[in-house]
Ligand binder design. Structure first.
Ligand SMILES: [Zn+2]
Length: 59
C-alpha cells in the first residue's frame, strides 16, 4: 500500500498496539482519521488516538 503509516512514518510502527491486529500499520494510510490503539515503548501504557493526529505530532 502506498503512503501507508509504516512507509511514511516507520518510527510510529513500534508504538502500534497489538489491540489493532489484524490491522497492521502497512495497511492504513498515514493520513487516515481512523482511531487506533498505541502502546508506549517505555512504560507499556496504551491509549487511543487518530492516526493523522499522531503523524502531525499533536498527540
Ligand atoms: Zn510511557
Amino acid at each position: 500500500m502506498n503512503n501507508s503509516l509504516a512507509e511514511v512514518h516507520p518510527e510510529l510502527v513500534s508504538e502500534w498496539s497489538e489491540k489493532n491486529l489484524p490491522l497492521k500499520p502497512d495497511e492504513v494510510n498515514a493520513k487516515s482519521r481512523k482511531n487506533v490503539w498505541w502502546r508506549c515503548g517505555k512504560c507499556g501504557n496504551e491509549w487511543k488516538s487518530v492516526i493523522n493526529a499522531r503523524v502531525k505530532g499533536t498527540v
